[in-house]
Design a binder for this molecule. Structure first.
Ligand SMILES: [Zn+2]
Length: 413
């Protein structure tokens, strides 16, 4: 393409337009590669609260409020948080209930502050203090009406940049079926937490990696992880990765917490319009909020509507999902750590690909002492991952014909 002044002018104008459209967008991470956060603390003053992070540099900062529940979102270029991941899980401050931090998208990090009540942002910036550079977020209580007005004023589309490159399976000359494993949560969305600071996002990625090795060792299927690092991924993106890679099976891995600490064991969930029971309904509701935990606006999912072929495919997909779920439960019995009602269903957003058989494997409860021992034991993880891989193997043996022609072949394009 010929490059001349007109196109330069055009791109400059386009750049200006972008800058105007996205004024809060942090600058590219390359310019701030070295910034780490070393420690965080809260200063509660009589009329305001300050959340302070000690930094190694001065990044650009953008903050905005979101409602339901009230939170403050602070966007930064990618920052290395070299501190306890559970540092902000609960505080004694009267305004800042808790805070979380982590990667949000490639090159971008985020701090999410959960508020005890409506607050206004007095300051959100990096600055040089006596002790070195720091990030200061200063908040003061405000009226519910003022908070709502600020949220409405600042409401803007929040573009999510998908990870680049999108995980793509290496091209394989074989016709082996593809299994997509989805470690839940990640980055700024930590998921459930255990009493010693164990994080669901870490427990599930370790399990997913162990499972990948077991599947690769068995050699019957190809395998891809939706995320192989500690980063946030929207629910819809996880489904998209499965569909784009023509997955024959999608397994989302989670671990929950409950107030009832005696409840233990693994559960396998499939998708259904109506929840199988109250526990499943509550679980789906909680997991479907994952995008919100990272500060993405949750928008009502448009229910997919389709023709007869779509409906047939969806019905067939759900039958396969249930078959795999039964197989998985029978193999897990040998690991001896099943919930007393291990087969449940509810409206999980992440299981809604109409043409990819999908289950959500809840490994256990971080709130149960017995489960916590299992979930953090490498020996247990290896055994449980092996049983899961065996269940996958058995499923594909039983459906070798379907595996060669995944349901995705019916997909309208
Ligand atoms: Zn989860």
């Amino acid at each position: 393409m010929r490059r001349g002044p007109p196109s330069l002018l055009l791109s400059a104008a386009f750049g200006l337009l972008l800058a105007w459209r996205l004024p809060e967008r942090p600058v590219a991470a390359e310019e701030h590669k070295e910034i780490s956060a070393l420690a965080a603390r809260i200063e509660g003053l009589s009329d305001r609260s300050r959340l302070i992070f000690d930094l190694t540099g001065l990044p650009p900062v953008a903050a905005h409020p979101v409602a339901n529940p009230p939170r403050i979102i602070v966007d930064l270029p990618e920052t290395l948080f070299r501190m306890e991941a559970n540092a902000g899980l609960s505080t004694s401050d009267k305004l800042i209930k808790s805070y979380r931090y982590g990667t949000f998208a490639p090159g971008r990090s985020r701090v999410v502050i959960d508020l005890a009540g409506p607050a206004k942002i007095l300051k959100a910036d990096s600055e040089v203090a006596v002790g070195g550079p720091r990030l200061v977020i200063e908040l003061a209580p405000t009226s519910a009406a003022h908070f709502a007005a600020t949220v409405a004023e600042q409401a803007r589309p929040q573009p999510f940049d998908p990870p680049s490159p999108t995980p793509q399976a290496a091209q394989s000359p074989t016709d082996k079926p593809m299994v997509v494993i989805d470690p839940g949560h990640g980055g700024v969305d930590m998921g459930a937490t255990g009493k010693n600071g164990e994080l669901e996002k870490d427990v599930v990625i370790e399990f997913a990696r162990a499972l990948r090795h077991k599947i690769e060792d068995a050699g019957r299927a190809r395998v891809l992880l939706t995320r192989d690092r500690d980063t946030f991924l929207p629910l819809a993106e996880r489904v998209r990765i499965a569909r784009e890679n023509n997955a024959s099976l999608f397994i989302s891995i989670h671990a929950d917490t409950l107030a009832a600490t005696a409840v233990e064991g693994a559960t396998v969930y499939t998708v259904s319009e109506r929840a199988s029971d109250a526990v499943a309904a509550r679980m789906a509701e909680k997991e479907n909020l994952a995008d919100q935990a990272a500060g993405l606006e949750s928008k009502a999912e448009a229910e997919e509507v389709g023709d007869i072929l779509f409906e047939l495919t969806r019905r067939e997909t759900r039958a396969y999902s249930r078959q795999f779920s039964h197989s998985l439960i029978s193999f897990w019995k040998e690991v001896g750590a099943l919930n007393k009602n291990p087969s449940r269903s509810a409206g999980f957003v992440v299981l809604k690909a109409f043409d990819v058989p999908s289950v959500l494997l809840e490994l256990g409860y971080l709130s149960s002492d017995k489960d916590l021992v299992r979930l953090t034991s490498q020996e247990w993880r290896e055994r449980a991952a092996q049983k899961t891989a065996d269940a996958i193997d058995a499923y594909f043996s039983a459906h070798s014909r379907e595996a060669r022609a995944p349901a995705g072949s019916l997909r309208p394009q």
